[in-house]
Write a protein that binds this ligand. Sequence first.
Ligand code: SF4
Ligand code: SF4
Length: 441
Amino acid sequence: MSQTFETALAARVTAMADACTRCGKCVEVCPVTGPGGVAAEPRAVIDGIIDIVRTGDGPEASRKWANACVLTGECIRACDYGVNPRFLLGMARVAMARRGDEPTEQRRHGIEGFRKVAREVTHISQMQLSDEVLARLGQKGAAQPDTPPDFVFYTGCNVLKTPHIALLALDVMDALGVTYQVLGGPTHCCGIVQMRTGDVATSGRMAESTLDKLARSKSGQVVSWCPSCHVQFTETTLPTIEKTRGARPFEMTPFMLFLRGNLDRLRPLLRRPVHMRIALHRHPGIKGVVEAAEDILRAVPGVELVDLNQPAVGLMSNYFRALPAYRRELQRNELDAAERAGVDALVAVYHADHRELCAHERDYPFRIMNVLEIVGESMGIHHDDQFKRLKLLQDVEAIAADCEDLIAQHGLDPATTRAAIQAMLDEQPLPLRGRSPAQAD
Ligand code: SF4
Ligand code: SF4
């Protein structure tokens, strides 16, 4: 009998748990065992993780570790046995969710979570963008290409909230002369929300449907923007589909690695010097992305790249949900270090980091920017950062008033729009270091 997504995933988890020697190296190198309060001997912690993936339950230290994981990936690099501990921890969280909730509750939580993401992405993007720009980003009536593109550019959902970043990526690809089809948004869900609630069957169905849409490019390549979707596809969906279908429909490359791979073509386009002293906000969750971003920034004439010597932890800032105090401490230390270093800008790669950091520009004497804004400036490409401008207003009614034309044009419900704006302001609220707004300017 052919395998379903669920049975194939379960078989992969069992094989990985069996391959683990319980050496504990992954626990030793993990940067969040301390902040996560994981107080047990490393071998006992990984033993407990294997118990959890098999039964849904295990010792407290192991449950704490699973919940504290921010997807840094140090554990993957530390394992000498080809096991992916980050994947095992994700599956431990799924097993805990499945044990804690009845299947109907798992499904309900998955649907609610998905609707929340879809609502917030739709409202925050539409209140900033016209139909024409939304179509360019693969939303609202986007046209199918006449000929197969070189690859699919998969945005994921949440970068649509900070559309200037996605638009800069498109302009850079246009300038490089590559062809692409943009796919993403809530209709192209990676299935991570349902996976987190334990609803593996729905997650698998969503991921497979998206995967079939992504499998169109003639090169068999998908360039991904979002690290969260990237990890979900490359560590969960694609290897599982390989088992059920016998082959991978495509490979996925993170945008920064794609761009660094095209650095020789990009370099001649970096014509204008950008005289800025900048520091990179670093998350090492996807191997090579930080280094690629540094190489790209170094290729921009005039840029001086400064190392703030701060810890690089996690996949993106929003993965620190279970560790709010640690998250604030990391961000405050980094912002303070950037101030001491006298940078002109703290520059992030990912959209979620930009969302969290950008409004702190109010309280610090430097700009918060995305890598592609620096690249774009050198190429003569610019898109206004409307998200930052709006978030700096720090007031739901002021933001809604600012966007009233587009809210009306898209027929967005006023109450739902205000709830989405409030959620946007609640992400790492200001101030971070106890300054009053009056002192800030
Ligand atoms: S996952 Fe790898 S590093 Fe971790 S205990 Fe198992 S074998 Fe060791
Ligand atoms: S992915 Fe990172 S945070 Fe998660 S367990 Fe591995 S080392 Fe720790």
